[in-house]
Every structure is written in structure tokens, then in C-alpha cells.
Design a protein. Structure first.
Length: 183
């Protein structure tokens, strides 16, 4: 039974928080090695130079990713930590869902590995202008410092939702304003 007075944003937060991931932050294996695994900027995963075609395998690997204090990304198990190469970000945000309006608006981004993230203070959207070609690189924090590069199509959708506040252009989600560009 649902409560018609319930805040849809609160219901959305409850739904998103129900996803359980392995406790990689608690695992501190003694063995570390590098493997020939790479995540390309477009979100494709490669092993030994060949693309990994199985989405289920990629999704499984993505649940044990960890960004360590040395700045490298690892696949982590209780027994071993495997260093992999990430060209940009380990995830790609490929879908956008908007829930609610105004101050009760929530923007949920879905990644190529089917993670769903409610943008806001805990999962901010930022735009960096560090590419040599001057193109913007928009990101959302997925978890524990791991980010998703926001695809061009999703970024265009987000741009259409931007508003101006205090001479800044940005987005409001989960009660948090995220400046994306100067006004």
C-alpha cells in the first residue's frame, strides 16, 4: 500500500539506496598486480586488447571497482587487488530520468553498468574544461570517488533543465544546486 502524501523524491531515494554492493572498502588484500584491462572513454571494457562483449560480466566487474588513494582504479576481492587502466571515468551516464518539479526535483542518471544515481550533494554533477580541444567533460560522482562521464545526449538533456541562480547557470536536484557554468 502506498501513501498518497509521500514525497516522490523520498520514495526515489529509498528505492535507489536499496541496491547492495560488495564491501570493497573493507577489503585490504595483500596481493596487488596489474592486469591488461582497460575502460575506454566511451565506456567500453577491454581485456587483453579485445572488447568484453558480455554486459553481465562488465556489470559484475563494475561492482568491485575501487579508486584508491594512489589515484589508480582497481578490481578488488578479499584476496587480490588488480590495477586496471581507465582512460577517463570508469562509468558512462547514458540515461536521464527527471522526477518532480522545482525544489522537489530529482535527476537520476543511469550508467552503462545499470547503476542509478540521484544527482545532488552526495552525487554532484560537475563540468571540467580540461580537454585540449576545449570541449566540456561533464561528470557525476557514482560512488566512493568513482565518476561517470555524462554522455553527450544526456548532457544536452541536462542543459535544457538548467536555470540561473546568483549569476550562475546550473541544475537543481535533491535540493542541491550544482553550478555548471558561469552566467
Amino acid at each position: 500500500m502506498t501513501n498518497s502524501d509521500a514525497d516522490p523524491l523520498d520514495a526515489l531515494k529509498d528505492l535507489l539506496s536499496s541496491t547492495k554492493l560488495p564491501p570493497v572498502h573493507l577489503w585490504h588484500p595483500e596481493h596487488t598486480r596489474e592486469i591488461d584491462m582497460r575502460i575506454a572513454r566511451n565506456g567500453d571494457w577491454y581485456y587483453n586488447g579485445s572488447i568484453i562483449p558480455r554486459k553481465r560480466m562488465i556489470k559484475l566487474f563494475s561492482t568491485v571497482l575501487r579508486l584508491d588513494s594512489d589515484g589508480h582504479t582497481y578490481l578488488v576481492t578479499p584476496q587480490e587487488r588488480l590495477r586496471i587502466q581507465v582512460e577517463d571515468a570508469p562509468f558512462t551516464a547514458v540515461l536521464l530520468h527527471k522526477e518532480g518539479q522545482g525544489d522537489k526535483q530529482g535527476l537520476v542518471l543511469s550508467t552503462n553498468t545499470e547503476d542509478k544515481v540521484l544527482a545532488g550533494e552526495q552525487h554532484p554533477i560537475v563540468v571540467e574544461y580540461t580537454r585540449p580541444d576545449g570541449e566540456p567533460s561533464p561528470y557525476i560522482t557514482v560512488r566512493d570517488g568513482l565518476r561517470a562521464l555524462i554522455s553527450r545526449s544526456v548532457f544536452i538533456e541536462l542543459a535544457e533543465l538548467c536555470e540561473s541562480r546568483d549569476d550562475q547557470i546550473g541544475l537543481l536536484s535533491d535540493g542541491f544546486f550544482m553550478p555548471l557554468a558561469l552566467g
